[in-house]
Design a protein. Structure first.
Length: 114
């Protein structure tokens, strides 16, 4: 069994910063791509950023230049540093990881007030 547990969400004012973390635990031989997705109320889940095992990254246009994804393979953890947050970044943020198959965390709420 593999579990992904997110942390670091919360309430922040516009222009502020948050850092999300997601730790994978359980029977893990190798973690391939990891990423962050988000889902706002009434909207579909969308990609925020992904990172390969070799640190190749991909970002949604809406977060480029503001968010940075990184990972620590020794800790089986992926991070999302979010700067210059906007009210439209408000959503539940989900961690995603490919460990033999696709796995999802339960999500962490990020709320940005104007």
């Amino acid at each position: 069994q593999v579990q992904l547990v997110e942390s670091g969400g919360g309430l922040v004012q516009a222009g502020g910063s948050l850092r999300l973390s997601c730790a994978a635990s359980g029977t893990i031989i190798r973690i391939n791509d990891m990423g962050w997705y988000r889902q706002a109320p009434g909207e579909q889940r969308e990609l925020v950023a992904t990172i390969s095992r070799s640190d190749s990254t991909n970002y949604a246009d809406s977060v480029k230049g503001r968010f940075t994804i990184s990972r620590d393979n020794a800790k089986n953890t992926v991070y999302l540093q979010m700067n210059s947050l906007k009210p439209e970044d408000t959503a539940v943020y989900y961690c995603n990881a490919w460990i033999a198959r696709e796995h999802w965390g339960r999500g962490t709420q990020v709320t940005v007030s104007s």
